[in-house]
Write a protein that binds this ligand. Sequence first.
Ligand code: DX5
Ligand code: ZN
Length: 223
Amino acid sequence: MNIQIAPSILSADFTRLGEQVKEVEAAGAGILHVDVMDGHFVPNISIGIPVVESLRPKTKLPIDTHLMISEADRYIERFAKAGANMISVHVEAVAHLHRSLDLIHNLGCKAGVVLNPGTALSSLDEILPYTDFVLIMSVNPGFGGQKFIKSSVQKIANLRKMIQDRGLNVHIEVDGGIDMTTAPLVTQAGAEWLVAGSAIFCAPSPGEAVVEMQKIASQPFSV
Ligand code: DX5
Ligand code: ZN
């Protein structure tokens, strides 16, 4: 499994954003996670299209836009044009999920489906073959620094089995409460891409935190 650390800039120091992104990129982060919140789908407001546009020329990392916004379809094209490489939408935030994924693909981006902690894996039954990655939320979306919901580990393991049983090539990303303790739990369950905000950007050295998490998360199963 190719484990990638995806720092979430939600916890970055926005006055030093370019510098912090360079630091995590140099340390080996594989994906740059951008949390977009509208104060409607989730009870918080964050950042959006102009920040993606500003980051695009500053990093070679794939930009992963996690859209926590109602009527996400209305904004997908603008995020793609701003430079996003990966766009994920919540099952509950679009009316026609298949159409949304088509739109994302037609814009040349990888398409992801996001499941909240309270959303069942069965909601993926029909859409899984059209999905490049599934983002399992291990906290309720809206804020950084929340406590990891432990049942997410079993959910990831069940999803890994579902993907294998169906012979699909779908990646599993996990987001929320990922730190040096929870990272190995989720990778051992089958997650490949680990979103981490506070564990990276609230650490004394974000670069060192990326290196450490990559190492811890990539350790083989212990018995
Ligand atoms: C939460 C966001 C996360 C958030 C994770 O709604 O989707 O990406 O930044 O933050 P931590 O890693 O601090 O839980
Ligand atoms: Zn996120």
